[in-house]
Design a protein around this ligand. Structure first.
Ligand code: FES
Length: 119
């Protein structure tokens, strides 16, 4: 492993919406130090399992809420979670219906409205 690379053991909570089957899968992934959880999920999808569903990237600034996940049991935004070496467990956002794997039905942008705009 090159300098600046960390080894992450990512346990993902998976779900097949067609059958209702739920399971966990663990992937060992070398990552660049400082990468965020959305990069981890993209790497897993690209290198390990192309069927993985997870919230698509939108603002990447922590403002739209589209990347809501559960990380190590706590609600988190995938674009704000810096992945550390070692184990991490990622599940779908709490309180939202699961469309597939880590993707929830409410996982879409919530536009930021200018102050005073009630519509
Ligand atoms: S992509 Fe994470 S909050 Fe918008």
């Amino acid at each position: 492993m090159s300098e600046g690379t960390i080894e992450v053991a990512a346990t993902l909570e998976r779900c097949d919406p067609d059958t209702g089957r739920r399971w966990v899968a663990t992937y060992r992934v070398p990552m660049a130090a400082g990468d965020h959880a959305l990069n981890l999920l993209a790497t897993i999808r690209r290198r390990h399992d192309a069927t993985l569903s997870y919230p698509a990237h939108f603002c990447k600034l922590g403002t739209c809420g589209a990347c809501a996940l559960t990380v190590d049991g706590a609600s988190a935004l995938g674009c704000r979670v810096i992945v550390r070496a070692g184990a991490i467990r990622i599940g779908p956002a709490k309180g939202r219906p699961v469309a597939a794997d880590l993707l929830t039905l409410a996982a879409r942008p919530h536009p930021i409205r200018p102050e005073g705009d009630d519509e």
